[in-house]
Design a protein around this ligand. Sequence first.
Ligand code: SF4
Ligand code: SF4
Length: 136
Amino acid sequence: MLKIKINPKKNSHVQKILDLSKEKIDDCMQCGKCSAGCPANAGMDVLPHQVIRLLQIGDVESIKNSKSIWNCAACFTCESRCPRNVSVSKLMEAARQTIVRKQGGDMLNPNFVSKLMEDKKMPQQAVVSGFRKYSK
Ligand code: SF4
Ligand code: SF4
């Protein structure tokens, strides 16, 4: 029988995601309520509860290589349904951040923000997101 040792504290990639999200993945009991309620689950190759499981076993690469983190709408439905108060939404965002930061794409020059706001087609979310990234 295959034995899986769960010890994310020893995996720096998992720890980075836990530090960014402030979530406690050990509280997850794999009930699947997050995945059942996720409005974007049809576009996910790794379902929300599976994301938690992969983190528990230290397999961050499978999460980073999945479509799921980019198809997550950050709607927080998973968080509101979770009986254990675990937010897959925050873990997804943390996983995205680790990729974006590695690419050096999380810096925004404040002088550029005013130009962004002049663009009538610019979604407000994009500007707010830009500010968030700049402030970190
Ligand atoms: S709803 Fe919460 S406890 Fe259930 S699988 Fe999802 S994260 Fe885990
Ligand atoms: S935040 Fe993402 S993972 Fe959670 S329910 Fe919404 S789309 Fe699904």
